[in-house]
Design a protein around this ligand. Sequence first.
Ligand code: CA2
Length: 145
Amino acid sequence: MSKTVFVLNGPNLNMLGKREPGIYGGQTLKDVEEACIAAGRELGLTIDFRQSNHEGTLIDWIHEAGEKALGVAINAGAYTHTSIALHDAIKAISVPVVELHISNVHAREEFRHHSMIAPAVKGVICGFGTQSYILALHALKSATA
Ligand code: CA2
């Protein structure tokens, strides 16, 4: 059985650590990737970490994960709040998907309070800074044990 977990990142997350450190912290996406790989090693998971600014690419990767991954942790960025297509892609695969956010979206603007993908995922983690990624990996590990 595959031990690979896809960690997918949506639009603008390539800017992490370069802008808005007050909201998203000072770590770059590369730092987050390294932390996920290290946590994955502890959990016995291989991490396939990716980022795209394009909705269709994220959808292709979700389909790919459905074929070859144990599960998916996804920070869909602003597509979280808009994308029926991402919702449908998650519904189309049978491996568990954990939605995650660095910030507490519920403590921010009203338009961030609703997630289009939340009804399609196993569970949601938000508000723990970049530690949300590590918590999502732990959640996936227990969801697949
Ligand atoms: O808190 C999160 O992880 C979000 O998914 C981040 C998204 C936002 O649209 C969601 O509502 C919550 C934004 C990602 C953009 O990241 C940036 C990082 C640094 C500078 C600019 C953007």
